[in-house]
Structures are given as structure tokens and as C-alpha cells.
Design a protein around this ligand. Structure first.
Ligand code: NA7
Length: 552
């Protein structure tokens, strides 16, 4: 791995001092390096992996694929980049996205500012000098005026603490800690625990190799077909010719994705037969974005939601041949889309194979891992390998893993004990000069992440330029402004059906985690408007200080 950071900062005269530390080298961190360099800042990006890519570096499980279309799920900051890169299919798989991010790192010469295989363990704001002291697991102590937290929303994998896991004689894996060299499941008896996006994407791949796969399902999930296919040359040419215009159109979409018609009609306003025909068309087109925005009230009104939910339930029954398995796979008890809608390639079809069996882990929860497999409250199973597709400590996990200490010795984790609080999702009162990129309180995971990331990094770059032009050393969110934003984020979420599901958006997948809807669900246009208005009002709600009170 290139490790010339040391040489560079030594050459610059001080290995331990930079203008900005960037935590993470995924989509957010890479663009942050590029953009902050344009401001002339000295940087160090700290990355735990031995390569760039973030989510796409770690999630190498078979079948891993993006559920946002590739032509949207890519950077817009460089027209040359978006013109020259060729996506092979509508929904790129993990290896292609990782190749893209490596290309970006090389093309913009980003690696020289990245310190790989290093984790940030602590960050402390020194109020006397208005700097952050950033500590790593390699013993570094880096002084930085600014910190950009590009540490990701799904970067702390979670394995439920089943008793006995250490006894298991076979091998076990988590979807987000997949071995780089891959895993050969040929002829193996495999357990797959979890039926969120990762499990749903993985099952068909596992089933094609393993002698047998047993799927432990606690909650049946809605899933729609991807209908992934190569992008026809004509489509690609047309899209690229209109790229700048389409990117702008994307910013008018709640999701930040282009080419998704903006719904104007409520589901109940279309006659039932016509509506079913419309759903059929969207099912045939594939992907989740179009079907979830077929009508403007699918995620606001239970009756509307039920029209789509029952359509998908019928689809499941029509695909899965064994009625008992179909019944068990039929989602109930949460609105469709309130948990992230899965996008699959032959997930339900896999249950028609002789070598796939579904186990109801709700009725008979997993009790323990044994030497030879898994014991539920009802039965014992033998396996050669166990695959955990059990998700993440989402959105707050990566930040809470770092001991972040702001003003007055206050820990971020303590401040967030009842759920994450931010101003515009960008900053937290009491934690000056620390920016969060596309996390809680911003559209983030409820939009095209790449769009959300670019918006944030641009906003931060403009804010830093404004601060510099006003001679300010620190930027900090005001508590009142933060309280007001948090209230708004909650109000918007409470006007939707999202709080009705036990999702990772709500923190509900982690025992003891506060139940709060974490992303901002007002959509990209409303979010842009809010951010722009704050800037137009001279950064209303932010304090810019020349010297901190204690340092003066
Ligand atoms: P998810 O969506 O959080 O799914 C995790 C799955 O693991 C889900 O089906 C859980 O069931 C299941 N789970 C968790 N703990 C257990 C136990 N103890 N027993 C049985 N099953 C369990 O994670 P993914 O990695 O699939 O996807 C995360 C995001 O990545 C996804 O939304 C996309 O944005 C990309 P539950 O539903 O909690 O009953």
C-alpha cells in the first residue's frame, strides 16, 4: 500500500499537524480529500482498511450489489470522470464499484494523503488552542484544526451475541467482514442468518454453490426484483450527453436520483385494476426507487401502503411453490418500504430449490451456536459454515466507537445517549470544527448516498471558505439551532410510516439503542433549501469565533 503520507508531512515540516483530518476513505472521504485540497488545506485521511472504498471495500459477500442505478450512484463533481467511466450494468456489483473508487483515487492522486490500516480511536478538542487531537490505534497523535467524519453509516458490523460462537468448529463469516480471497462454499452445508438486503442478495449465490443452505429468518422482508442488465450503449450515450442536466434533475428528487418520475397522485386515487397494472409495469422494470415512488403517499398513508404491500405479497405467493414456505416468507406487521426495501436477483425463486430450507427464527429463536451448528428452541442443525447477514450498528455506530470529547470534556456518546442530535446533520453543538458527512439528521441513507455526500462536502468547503474570509478559527453549531433541527427531523419522520417498523433507521436492530428515526426524511430538495437558507442568513445557527473564549 502506498504509505508516502509520512514522507510528505515530514517534508512539510510537521508530521503530526495538518489542517484537517478526514476519517474514512469511502465515497465521502475520497471526495473530501479532493475538495479540501482545492482549498489548499493540508490533510491526513485515516482509513481502517488497507484500501479505499469504505462500504464497498468491506462488503465483499457474494451477490453484493448497489440498489441505486450506477449512472446515479457515482460522483458528479468531475464531468471528465463521469464521461470516461463505463458502468457495465444498471446496478453495479461490489467489485465494479470498488474498481471505480480505486480509479477515482488514482485519477485524482488521492492516496498520498491516506494512512491505511489505521483506526481513529479518540478525538479530543483542545479548547485552549482550538485544535483537535486525533489519536489512532497505531499510536499517532495528530493535531488538526478540522475533522471531517466520513466514517460511514453502515460500517460497524453486528453479530448478535449468541452463546457458544467460539465453540463452533466450522467457519463463520459476517457479510461486512468478508475475506478478500472469497469463500468456497462448494459442497458445504451453510447457515444464513438474516434476511435484510445482505442476506437477500447472498442467498442465490450461496445456494448455487453449497450442498445445502438453511436460512434463519426472524422477520420476513419485502423485496423486489432488480432486473439487472447491461446498460444499452444508446442509453449510456444519451445519459452521458445529458449528464449535467440529469444531475440537476436528481436534485429535484426526494431521493436525489435522476429519471425517477415525481409522483403526483395518491394510490387511492387510481382505480384498483389500473393501479395493479401500474405496479405490474414497475415490477417488470425492476429496482426499488420507481415502485416506492409510484404514488405520493405510499410512505405516508397506511391504506396506500397496503395496496403495494399486498401486491408484493401476492408476487411472493406466486413465485414460491411450497405454500408453507411462501406463507412464512410473506411480510406482515410493517409497512412496505419502512424497512429498507430489498432489491434481489432470484431471492424468492431460491426457495424453490431442493437445497434451500427456511427456518422460522421468530417462532423458534436461535438459542446458541454449538460445536457443530445451531440450536434453536425447537431443533438442532449441523453446518460446515455460518454466515451472519445480521446488519450493523447503523448511523451512529462508527462515531460512537471513537471516544470523541468536545468542549467541557463532554463526550459525543453521552450527548447522544437518547439518539443522535445535530444541526442540519452537519455539526453538533459543543463539538467545534467537527463536520459529519452524510450521517444522522441529513438525507444520507434515505437518498442517493453519493448525492448526499457531494452536497455535504460542498457545503463544508463553502463554510470553511466563509470562515477563512472572516478570520474565524472555529465554527460551531448553536444548541438552540440544533434543538430546532432535531425537532424538525422528528416531526417530518412522524408524519411518515417509517417509525412503524423495527428498522436500523430507527436503531431498533440493536438492543438498548434509543428508538429514534435517524436520517432526515424531508428529501433532498427540502434539505438543500434548508441549508441554502441558513447560508443566506449568514450561517444562521452557527457561531464563528476568532479565538475561543478560553484561549483568549
Ligand atoms: P439488516 O437490514 O439490518 O438485516 C439484518 C438481518 O439480520 C435482519 O433480517 C434481522 O432480522 C436479522 N437478525 C439480526 N439479529 C438476528 C437474530 N438474533 N436472529 C435472527 N435474525 C437476526 O442488515 P443488512 O446487512 O442486510 O442490510 C443493511 C443495509 O445495507 C441495507 O438496508 C442496505 O441499505 C445496505 P430482523 O429484521 O431484525 O428481525
Amino acid at each position: 500500500m502506498p504509505r508516502d503520507i509520512q514522507a510528505r508531512t515530514d517534508a512539510a515540516g510537521d508530521a503530526g499537524r495538518v489542517d484537517a483530518v478526514i476519517v474514512g476513505a469511502g465515497f465521502a472521504g475520497l471526495f473530501a480529500i479532493h475538495r479540501m485540497r482545492q482549498l489548499g488545506l493540508t490533510l491526513r485521511c485515516i482509513e481502517a482498511g488497507d484500501g479505499v472504498g469504505g462500504t464497498w471495500f468491506w462488503n465483499r459477500y457474494p451477490g453484493a450489489r448497489c440498489d441505486v442505478e450506477s449512472l446515479d450512484y457515482s460522483y458528479s463533481f468531475s464531468n471528465e470522470l463521469q464521461q470516461e467511466w463505463k458502468w457495465s450494468s444498471r446496478f453495479a456489483d461490489q467489485s465494479e464499484i470498488l474498481a471505480y473508487l480505486n480509479h477515482v483515487a488514482d485519477r485524482f492522486d488521492l492516496r498520498r494523503d491516506i494512512q491505511f490500516e489505521t483506526r481513529v480511536t479518540a478525538m479530543r478538542f483542545d479548547e485552549k488552542r482550538d485544535v483537535w487531537i486525533v489519536s489512532t490505534d497505531k499510536g499517532d497523535e495528530i493535531e488538526a484544526r478540522f475533522c471531517l467524519m466520513a466514517s460511514g453509516n453502515l460500517s460497524v458490523p453486528r453479530v448478535p451475541d449468541f452463546a457458544g460462537i467460539e465453540r463452533f468448529k466450522g467457519k463463520w463469516y459476517h457479510s461486512a467482514q468478508w475475506p478478500k480471497e472469497g469463500v468456497d462454499f462448494t459442497g458445504k452445508r451453510v447457515a444464513l442468518i438474516g434476511t435484510g438486503s445482505s442476506g437477500v442478495q447472498m442467498l442465490p449465490k450461496l445456494a448455487a454453490l453449497a450442498s445445502h443452505v438453511t436460512v434463519f429468518q426472524r422477520t420476513a422482508n419485502f423485496s423486489v426484483p432488480a432486473r439487472n442488465a447491461p446498460i444499452p450503449d444508446d442509453d449510456e450515450r444519451n445519459h452521458k450527453a445529458r449528464y449535467p442536466e440529469l444531475r440537476k434533475a436528481g436534485l429535484k428528487q426526494s431521493s436525489g436520483m435522476s429519471r425517477i418520475p415525481i409522483p403526483t397522485m395518491a394510490a387511492q386515487d387510481m382505480p384498483a385494476e389500473e393501479r395493479t397494472k401500474f405496479y405490474e409495469e414497475l415490477w417488470a422494470k425492476g429496482g426499488s426507487a420507481r415502485i416506492m415512488t409510484a404514488f405520493n403517499n405510499l410512505l405516508r398513508n397506511e391504506e396506500a401502503n397496503e395496496t403495494l404491500a399486498s401486491f408484493v405479497r401476492n408476487k411472493i405467493r406466486s413465485i414460491v411453490k411450497d405454500p408453507e414456505t411462501a406463507e412464512l416468507l410473506t411480510p406482515r406487521g410493517h409497512p412496505i418500504g419502512a424497512k429498507r426495501l430489498c432489491v434481489d436477483m432470484d431471492y424468492f425463486e431460491s426457495f424453490n430449490r431442493d437445497n434451500v430450507k427456511l427456518v422460522d427464527a421468530r417462532r423458534a429463536p436461535i438459542q446458541e451456536i454449538t460445536e457443530t451448528g445451531i440450536r434453536t428452541t425447537e431443533a438442532e442443525y449441523e453446518f460446515d459454515a455460518i454466515v451472519f447477514a445480521t446488519g450493523f450498528d447503523a448511523m451512529t455506530g462508527a462515531l460512537n466507537e471513537i471516544t470523541i470529547t468536545g468542549r467541557d470534556g463532554r463526550r459525543l456518546k453521552d450527548k447522544w445517549v437518547n439518539g443522535p442530535t445535530t444541526y442540519l446533520g452537519l455539526m453538533v453543538a459543543g463539538f467545534p470544527n467537527m463536520f459529519i458527512v452524510a450521517g444522522a439528521g441529513s438525507p444520507s441513507v434515505k437518498s442517493n448516498m453519493v448525492t448526499a455526500i457531494e452536497l455535504h462536502i460542498e457545503w463544508i468547503a463553502n463554510c470553511l471558505t466563509y470562515a477563512a474570509s472572516h478570520g474565524a478559527l472555529t465554527i460551531e453549531a448553536q444548541q438552540d439551532a440544533e434543538d430546532e433541527w432535531v425537532q424538525h427531523v422528528n416531526e417530518v419522520a412522524n408524519g411518515t410510516l417509517f417509525p412503524k417498523a423495527d428498522s436500523w433507521y430507527m436503531g431498533a436492530n440493536i438492543p438498548g439503542k434509543p428508538r429514534v428515526f435517524m436520517p432526515y426524511i424531508g428529501g433532498i430538495p427540502a434539505y438543500i433549501k434548508a441549508c441554502e437558507q441558513v447560508v443566506a442568513d449568514n450561517y444562521r445557527g452557527f457561531d464563528f469565533r476568532k479565538l475561543s473564549a478560553s484561549g483568549s
